[in-house]
Ligand binder design. Structure first.
Ligand code: SAM
Length: 218
């Protein structure tokens, strides 16, 4: 369903209005949400829900994040055109598309092989071309570091040190940290080697797996 008609554009405009009401103010982020066709990420059975402000299943027990969450994380990331951004948890590719609309050079890594294959084949078909990686993103991508910004789209038990290590000197990491059910959104600024932490509201993400995330023993 790659077609984007006036009805879908209208629903997207309504979604943007709702995000403004919920406190999103970054015009570039709002414009990106207004531009990326979210319905193309949905199976036919769920199509009618594509522009609701809700998370939805994308297969493999994973979800496409709620638009408010995507907008919130994107706003806090303060992306400037041309910056190198690492996304951990490619999932459907929707967040990666938003980051590309913000002008970032996007590296995205997914730990679920099927989702990685699916999104890598699908996302470029409508013009979004991040660099796709398969593997444990809790370790970052050392070979491609440093990154100006890192966004984690799964809930972590702690802040993986590999990620703060892979930030540039003025870099920002945005990551939900907490238990398996709910996490506090954290924003870590690196400044002259020091890490400054800001805390925001609670969110509910699927767990970050791997070495810096939840292991099956947890
Ligand atoms: N950003 C996605 C989107 O726009 O659709 C939503 C991501 S979904 C909430 C979280 C994703 O993180 C899942 O696809 C999951 O497989 C992935 N994930 C979990 N642990 C990971 C890890 N250690 N490295 C990379 N991806 C991971």
């Amino acid at each position: 369903m790659l077609e984007d008609n006036y009805k879908q554009r209208g629903l997207r405009n309504k979604l943007v209005k709702k995000l403004r009401q919920k406190g999103i103010t970054d015009e570039a982020v709002l414009a990106a949400i207004g531009k990326v066709p979210r319905h193309v990420f949905f199976d036919d059975a769920l199509l009618a829900h594509a522009y609701e402000d809700k998370a939805f299943p994308i297969g493999e027990g994973q979800t496409i994040s709620q638009p408010y969450t995507v907008a919130f994380q994107s706003e806090k990331l303060e992306v400037k055109p041309g910056q190198k951004v690492l996304e951990i948890g490619t999932g459907s590719g929707y967040q990666a598309a938003i980051l590309l609309e913000l002008g970032a050079k996007v590296y995205t890594i997914e730990f679920n092989r099927k989702l990685y294959e699916k999104t890598k084949a699908f996302l470029p078909s409508f013009g979004y071309n991040p660099y796709f990686f398969y593997g444990d993103g809790s370790k970052g991508i050392p070979a491609k570091a440093p990154f100006d910004k890192i966004i984690v789209t799964a809930g972590a038990p702690v802040i993986p040190s590999a990620l703060t290590d892979q930030l540039t000197e003025k870099g920002i990491l945005i990551i939900p940290v907490g238990d398996r059910e709910s996490q506090k959104m954290l924003k870590i600024h690196k400044n002259a080697g020091k890490l400054l932490k800001e805390e925001f509201n609670q969110f509910a993400f699927v767990p970050l797996l791997g070495e810096g995330g939840w292991t099956s023993k947890d």
